[in-house]
Design a protein around this ligand. Sequence first.
Ligand SMILES: CC(C)(COP(=O)(O)OP(=O)(O)OC[C@H]1O[C@@H](n2cnc3c(N)ncnc32)[C@H](O)[C@@H]1OP(=O)(O)O)[C@@H](O)C(=O)NCCC(=O)NCCS
Length: 288
Amino acid sequence: MNHSASDVITSLNGATIQHGSYNRRIYLMDLGRADPGKLARKLICLAGEKGYSKIFAKVPDSQASPFLVSGFRLEAEIPFFYPGEGARFLGYYLESKRRHEPDSESLDELVTKLVPRKQNRPAKPLPEKIKIRRCTPEDAEAMAAIYRSVFPTYPFPIFDPQYLRQSMANQVDFFCVEQANRLLALSSMEKDGSAKNVEMTDFATPAKHRGKDFARHLLARMEREMLLKKYRLAYTIARAKSPAMNLTFARLGYVYAGRLANNTNISGKIESMNVWYKKIRGSGKTHG
Ligand SMILES: CC(C)(COP(=O)(O)OP(=O)(O)OC[C@H]1O[C@@H](n2cnc3c(N)ncnc32)[C@H](O)[C@@H]1OP(=O)(O)O)[C@@H](O)C(=O)NCCC(=O)NCCS
């Protein structure tokens, strides 16, 4: 178990990156004002110096070609991610082992077979006396305890109540399923105010509370919040091997956008992640 380590978020040439030995990668989170060609080369140098095995970059369509020329490959893409253009999710591998997915066939089948087979089940209504609400800073200790109980490792320091409070003070809204003042399940939406999109993330339901569609209700609730706040597009980067998480997104009408090979240190090891998205505004209503 490793509940304390995490990678640092910093700026490089005007871009925002996260990097470190925890995920053994650089994540280009926001290109910002950086020149894409120069940045691509700089990221490759930095990854080599630090001994990382992957660079994962999220960039606007119009800025992708200097990365592709430098050896990045397309792993997923979301249309309309930014106002007026899409986003490409690119991977650059410094070790062939990092690129290789021994379980690629079963990960493919999860999306092509299991999800379509099980997708069309209506939601179970929330049991009486159970409600969904926005989390507050006072919930941080209980939230961290749930995250610690569900995830052996996680790519961001959600096991730390202080980090959760800081996130709430910035751009992240957390939501919980609650019964009699006890938190039963959690999720969050991380808002990008300029691109007007949100990442639906940090879903956790302890095993004893699973099977009641809590994640699905949380996702529907967060979509309603998005609509109220005039955000346009929701997306997620979800564990590719989790039937429950991928089904949750598919059941709410999210579109599969591709897979990021061996991308994220989550639940004890580096796992591949699926990208899903949904255009919220102008695409019909949300449902639970
Ligand atoms: C993801 C999570 C929040 C979903 O919890 P939940 O809403 O209670 O979801 P459920 O456990 O009811 O699972 C949803 C569906 O997946 C199915 N499922 C789960 N594991 C499965 C498996 N191995 N094979 C096939 N189907 C599976 C369930 O049978 C269920 O199907 P049904 O609705 O048709 O009965 C919860 O599983 C969790 O906390 N997991 C660990 C943390 C995690 O991985 N979070 C996601 C990070 S990206």
